[in-house]
Design a binder for this molecule. Sequence first.
Ligand code: SAH
Ligand code: SF4
Ligand code: F3S
Length: 448
Amino acid sequence: MAPRTYHILTFGCQMNVTDSQWLARALEKRGFSAAPLEEARVAIVNTCSVREKPELKVYSALGRIRHASRNVPGAFAVVAGCVAQQIGSGFFEKFPHVRLVVGGDAIGSAPEAIERLCQEPGLRLNLTDFSASYNERDPAIGPSDTLPPVAFVNIMQGCNNFCAYCIVPYTRGRQKSRSSEAILDECRAVLDRGAKEITLLGQNVNSYGMDNGETSGPSRFAELLCRVAELPGLLRLRFVTPHPKDLSPEVIRLFGELPQLCPRLHLPLQAGSDAVLKRMGRKYDSAAYMRLVEALRKACPDIALSTDLIVGFPGESEEDFRQTLHLVQEAGFMSGFSFCYSDRPGTASAGFDGKIAAEEKLERLERLQAQLEQQAEAWLAGRVGRRTDILLEGASRKGSGASAAESWQGKDPWGDTVNIALPAGHPGDLVRVEISAAKRHSLMGTVL
Ligand code: SAH
Ligand code: SF4
Ligand code: F3S
């Protein structure tokens, strides 16, 4: 008999990671169990198409799956997420073992579809229609489940911004906000099952509740933050990703007012040159970005900022690029993700003139990453000697000089990973430490 086993490979952003975690819980509720790829009847790839590289990884993953599951009776593959949305039933033509293609809006119906496919061997399903509003799904959290201390809760799907380089509005569809009641219910449910920290997720969280492009009126996102912060049991609140053009004064003020809101903000800059920002369609310039940085530091003097950057956007000159280096320094980022510009099908910039050669993009990326690395090291070095609270997440992977059982890993309020030696601990404990040393990408702490 064919086994009821599954395996999930996940690419892309935190929204995909969260969708995959949900899908795993929902399949387990239906009696499936997790297995290595070689033993999985249902192999699921949750895909990302934001750049060409992650898209290509999907095709190699499908090749790997086909080979790995050749001895499993009734085995088939599922393609979920953004490449699924982009390519749709095209997967059926190229990959005979793919029997379900499911986009972000339809992921809630994937468990039922997988069940059907297990029962009807000849069937193939393409679930890539966009829905008109946010699709609620069964939370798949059982009364006796224990969840990790750090939880992620979706507050919206999609994006209306159409930045010139970005495929997300095409793969995730238009912005659809989730109702605040449903968000608060899910937050309460995860807090009841052991979560202590919640990160609210969306492609453009600042415009939560403004799905039809309205920009005036009170910030619905600020209201939501206040309501989530009040929930009993919540120690820490974070959110990703805000767009600088929509970061309201109310939200900025909350960094100084809500004790649960962590002093860390990921605020994608993308480029430092006003000409490039304009062609990207970001709708802010470098001065407006720096005004936000100042306002954030005024509201919350110890706030740490991180960012996303693209190098080699069409038409980017050496001088434009230097302005990115300059602004990265001026804004004082503690870390940043940086990428070479990649043409995406259907986006505006795919048709722009002035494409930059691959070697030039890589050379700029290396220079930018060297600077980001330097700033990250300086940030971590500056933490040494400070006292702070660590939310324990689990056993430390690398150990911290102590035996493995005594090594714990957690995060400080700024999102830095901190390893500590602790004889006994429990995920979700808040531990007071003094930062004793800085490693390349993490910190060490001594319990006080
Ligand atoms: N909604 C978020 C993140 C979107 S995707 C935001 O608005 O910031 C994550 C990051 O991928 C982006 O911030 C951008 O830096 C990068 N990215 C998106 N499209 C890209 C492309 N075509 N080429 C290179 N990087 C890209
Ligand atoms: Fe893409 Fe821009 Fe939307 Fe972010 S805000 S998801 S970069 S279109
Ligand atoms: Fe990638 Fe889709 Fe997220 S394109 S970054 S998985 S929204």
